[in-house]
Design a protein around this ligand. Structure first.
Ligand SMILES: [Fe+2]
Length: 382
């Protein structure tokens, strides 16, 4: 019998949950909290809510918001310095995947030392991290529940994937109301990232019955609620369902890991300032076409989760319907369709293929890949 392992943080989910930030830190023994955020989250007013909650819990705090899209090693180093200078003893990350991944990377360096590059790959962290409370404001990266942090190596121009059980936050606070301040493009892009997490986790070589149930729910929820969530900032039901989809996809991929879409997307995102979800949604149908052969039954399942009537179809036929269904969804919510649409240079393909082949997410892709295979997928997505 195979041994299954499933890890996750304490989860506080629901409208108004963000007000539990200070009390959550207090329960973890914090006295002086390092809060990682970004300018967009501050402008939307969510940082103020967290600060008020920390004050109510009599906590001292320091805010660090020098975080950009596709966060970088230099930002992590700056954050680490600020944490130590201010003698903090716990970390809150609030925002999209970028502030959350920087918060986790700062947590690594403040107790383990060295450079963030030292921790690229699987299980390189040796010493315990400070208490971490993560509050996502997108649906989303899943970073609030995952054992991942993805940081750009600015000299190497690539994303480093860091995977370790130590990166699973102590508490994830998920408040669907925070999704109401995101525009349609960001909602579409982050929602398609959620879909990619669900699909890659479901067909991953490391999938288990425990991750499959999370992935299945996430895929179905995105299929039903991403369109209304893109269409309206104030559709509370759609926001709540997308927050749950993001959480469940995060739990699935944190434990089952990902695949070629994320490995290739990390190669692109390390070099081009493009939204992670935009790159994923362009690559997803092409990688699914490539991977279909590896597990037709699971791709047929995905078609059913997406609401496709698969009666009378072979698994291969049903799997192809799933791919069509996803292309249709991406068109309806105005997601970019081709890598050329987001400004990528074609002559970068051979180099990016080699970088993608080396990414930790490629280990669990269901079909074997060579650099030439990746080049071909990139070309089809151009
Ligand atoms: Fe992702």
């Amino acid at each position: 019998m195979n041994i299954h392992k499933f890890v996750m943080p304490e989860v506080i989910f629901g409208n108004g949950a963000i007000e539990h930030a200070g009390e959550s830190c207090l329960r973890l023994g914090a006295t002086n909290v390092f809060i990682v955020s970004d300018p967009g989250v501050i402008e939307a007013g969510w940082l103020d809510v967290v600060i008020r909650s920390c004050k109510q819990a009599n906590l001292q705090y320091t805010v660090f918001s020098d975080v950009t899209m596709n966060p970088k090693d230099v930002e992590v180093e700056k954050g680490c310095k600020a944490y130590i200078e201010n003698e903090c003893d716990a970390i809150i990350g609030i925002g999209g995947g970028s502030p959350l991944d920087v918060a986790k990377a700062v947590a690594i360096l403040v107790t383990n030392g060295g450079k963030i590059h030292d921790y690229e790959g699987v299980n390189k962290i040796r010493k315990p991290l400070p208490p971490q409370v993560m509050i996502p404001t997108t649906a989303g990266s899943g970073s609030e529940v995952s054992q991942f942090s993805v940081i750009v190596d600015t000299l190497g121009q690539k994303k480093m994937t860091i995977i370790s059980k130590s990166l699973i936050p102590d508490i994830a606070i998920i408040d669907p109301e925070t999704l109401s301040t995101k525009n349609a493009h960001l909602t579409a892009s982050t929602g398609l990232d959620v879909l990619t997490h669900g699909i890659e986790a479901y067909v991953s070589l490391a999938a288990t019955p425990l991750t499959d149930v999370q992935a299945k729910n996430a895929i179905s929820l995105v299929s039903e609620y991403l369109r209304p969530s893109v269409a309206s900032k104030i559709n509370k039901e759609a926001k709540t369902k997308m927050a749950m989809a993001s959480l469940q996809a995060g739990l699935a991929f944190s434990n089952a890991i990902l695949g070629a879409v994320h490995a290739m997307s990390h190669a692109v995102g390390g070099k081009y300032p493009v939204l992670h979800g935009d790159i994923n949604s362009i690559l997803l149908p092409h990688v699914m076409e490539y991977n279909l052969l590896a597990n037709p039954k699971k791709f047929a399942d995905i078609a059913a989760f997406l609401g496709v009537d698969i009666r009378g179809l072979s698994h291969m036929e049903a799997g192809r319907k799933a791919i069509e269904c996803i292309k249709q969804l991406t068109m309806e919510i105005d997601a970019p369709q081709r890598l050329s649409d987001i400004g990528l240079e074609k002559d970068e393909i051979p180099h990016m293929s080699l970088v993608a082949l080396d990414d930790a997410c490629m280990i669990t892709n269901p079909r074997d890949v060579t650099a030439e295979d990746i080049e071909e997928i990139f070309r089809r997505a151009w």
